[in-house]
Structure formats: structure tokens, C-alpha cells
Design a protein around this ligand. Structure first.
Ligand SMILES: [Zn+2]
Ligand SMILES: [Zn+2]
Length: 344
């Protein structure tokens, strides 16, 4: 089978013929029908800001496809089943797994990070990673439902606990933020203020349902969010950037009793406001990491019923042979892509 192999940061992925892996006990082999290019892939392959434990490795962790082969002892799946792939292979034994929080698993292996991913003709992995992909959801949408959409879904719904008629500010309108906006709109947010530094991203944010936009290059973001909310600030600020500056502004844009959820990851150290205002205003600062299997199922159900439009999130579809060009375009934000999906 063909696979896009990563050797070192800055080097193009090598499209190689490697042997397909026959599924062992409890495993399935999935023929890949779509795999999204995520920011994480760009951090690994182009920036080198995420280092991998072993190389070469096949990248790609946002995938959907069709069950091609099943190993011994796998129940509930058959050849030809449409599936989306849960990208964390959890140990199933640690306290996080026992509590149903597999994404926090102490021994998790992530596709395209710790083990071979899905920029390939097929992938072999534990059948516990398979999720049913509804007939009404195209493979390209199923591919991005896990990760790009579900990460935002968890941040808004579970960690942010957004209620209808609350006001929201979304910091960062890339692949995660755009879906944060779509989910906030679905939940009935009264107003959704989108913040970014790229005019293209802000335009896309309005298309996704943002009621107002703030260009962060124009200075004092929190002040402008306050002026848009009659001086009050927002109930919920969602940070999808992963920078100290945007976490600071997100906290400053909250009303009394407001919550700030950070889903952006990076090396920055952040500072709390002075305790007299942090405690005095009873603010919450929460982190949101990944998503659960249930989150992905819910997102796919919302997509299948048409309540969540994700077709518009697939900016482009490219063949595996053009993956390096796809990485370049995603990295340069050429044409402001939300997700470019690779179809082998
Ligand atoms: Zn990702
Ligand atoms: Zn575990």
C-alpha cells in the first residue's frame, strides 16, 4: 500500500510503498476514504515544534473509511462497514480510561504521532477505534468530525457548558474556532464575537455564524468586546489559539461569573488576573483536551441530520500524491482553508 511517510521536519513527506498490516486479534484494517490535514500535522512536518518518539512514521489522524478486513475476536463489524476513526488508541486500564476519559489516558498512542496514521491506502488498528459513520455523512466530513469538529464541540458543550442566550467570544477562527462558532450557534448563543488576525478568517467566521468580528491587529481586543456587549463582557470565551496574549484577552473579555475555556496548545506560560478581580468576579479558567467517542458520535449525528453543516468545512479534496502541496497550502493558509482532506 502507499503511505505518506514523515522522516524529519522540513523534509517533504515521502510517498512510499509499504506492506499493509494484516489485522491481529481485536484489530481491523480500514481502507481510507479521507484524512484531514490538521494543524498538528503541520507542527510536526513543517515546523518541527512537535517532536515524534520514532520516525519514519505515517502521519494523519483525522480519518474515515471502509472496513476492509477483520482480525479474530472482533464483534459488531463487518467488511464494507462505513467508519470514522477515533484517533487515540487508549490503554483501557489506567484510571483515566476506567473513568471514561480515554483522551487523558496515561499510555495513549495517537495515530500519526506514536503509531502509523492514515495518510495511506489503509490503516490497521484496534477495532475499539472504529465508530459507525452514518450513510448521510460523506467520508470527507466523517474524517474531520473526529478532531477538528469534536475538539471544538467538547470545548463549547462540555467544558464551556454553553447555555442558550449566553454570549460567546471565539479567539482564533481556524479549523477549531470555526467549528466552535458553528456549535455555539447551534446551541443558541445570543451573540458570537469572532477574534482573529486574518481578514479571511474573520470573513469565514461570519459565514459560519459569528454575529460580530474583531480584528486583533487593531489593538485592545477585550475593550472592543466590552463595547460590543454594552460594557458587560461575554459569558464564555473560547481560546483556540494557544498563546499567552489571547488567553489574557479572553480572560479580560469575560463578564462577572464568566468562563474561559482554553483548547489552544503551546509552550506559553499564562498569568491569571490579580486575585481581587479573578476571585472578586468569580471567573473560571478551564482547559479542554480532545474529545470522547460519544462526542464524535454526537457530532456525526448532528451532521447526518443537517443541524450542523460540515460540508462547507471541507475546503478542498486532494489525492495522496499531492499531499506535500496540501501541507504547503494549509501552512500558508492559502485561500483560508478550513480543512483540506486527502483522499488516497
Ligand atoms: Zn488534529
Ligand atoms: Zn489508559
Amino acid at each position: 500500500m502507499r503511505a505518506a511517510r514523515f522522516y524529519a521536519p522540513g523534509k517533504p513527506l515521502a510517498l512510499e510503498e509499504i506492506p499493509a498490516v494484516a489485522p491481529g486479534a481485536g484489530e481491523a484494517c480500514v481502507e481510507i476514504k479521507g484524512c484531514g490535514i490538521c494543524g498538528t500535522d503541520l507542527h510536526i512536518a513543517l515546523e518541527g515544534s512537535i517532536q515524534l518518539p520514532k520516525t519514519p512514521i505515517t502521519l494523519g489522524h483525522e480519518a474515515a473509511g471502509v472496513v476492509a478486513e477483520i482480525g479474530p475476536g472482533v464483534d459488531g463489524w463487518k467488511r464494507g462497514d462505513r467508519v470514522a476513526i477515533f484517533p487515540n488508541v487508549a490503554c483501557g486500564a489506567c484510571y483515566a480510561c476506567r473513568e471514561g476519559r480515554e483522551v487523558l489516558c496515561l499510555g495513549a498512542q495517537v495515530l500519526g504521532v506514536n503509531r502509523d496514521g492514515a495518510f495511506a491506502d489503509s490503516i490497521t488498528l484496534p477495532a475499539t477505534c472504529l465508530l459507525p459513520l452514518p450513510e448521510a455523512v460523506p467520508f470527507t466530513v466523517g474524517a474531520i468530525a473526529a478532531d477538528a469538529v469534536s475538539t471544538a464541540y467538547r470545548a463549547v458543550v462540555h467544558r464551556g457548558a454553553l447555555r442558550s442566550r449566553e454570549s460567546v467570544a471565539v479567539f482564533g477562527c481556524g479549523g477549531l474556532g470555526i467549528h466552535g462558532i458553528k456549535v455555539a450557534r447551534l446551541l443558541g448563543a445570543s451573540r458570537i464575537i469572532a477574534v482573529d488576525v486574518a481578514p479571511g478568517a474573520l470573513r469565514r467566521a461570519r459565514e459560519a455564524g459569528a454575529t460580530e468580528t474583531v480584528d486583533a491587529r487593531e489593538g485592545d481586543v477585550a475593550k472592543r468586546i466590552r463595547s460590543l456587549t454594552a460594557g458587560e463582557g461575554v459569558d464564555l470565551a473560547l481560546e483556540f489559539v494557544g498563546l499567552k496574549a489571547s488567553v489574557t484577552e479572553a480572560l479580560r473579555s469575560l463578564k462577572r461569573g464568566g468562563r474561559c475555556v482554553v483548547a489552544g496548545v503551546g509552550p506559553d506560560r499564562v498569568e491569571l488576573p490579580p486575585l481581587r478581580s479573578f476571585v472578586g468576579s468569580e471567573l473560571s479558567l478551564l482547559a479542554s483536551m480532545g474529545f470522547t467517542r460519544e462526542d464524535v458520535k454526537t457530532v456525526m449525528g448532528l451532521a447526518a441530520s443537517g443541524r450542523l453543516d460540515l460540508a462547507s468545512s471541507v475546503t478542498d479534496v486532494i489525492p495522496l500524491a499531492q499531499i506535500n502541496e496540501g501541507f504547503r497550502r494549509a501552512f500558508a493558509k492559502e485561500g483560508d482553508p478550513i480543512r483540506i482532506v486527502v483522499v488516497p
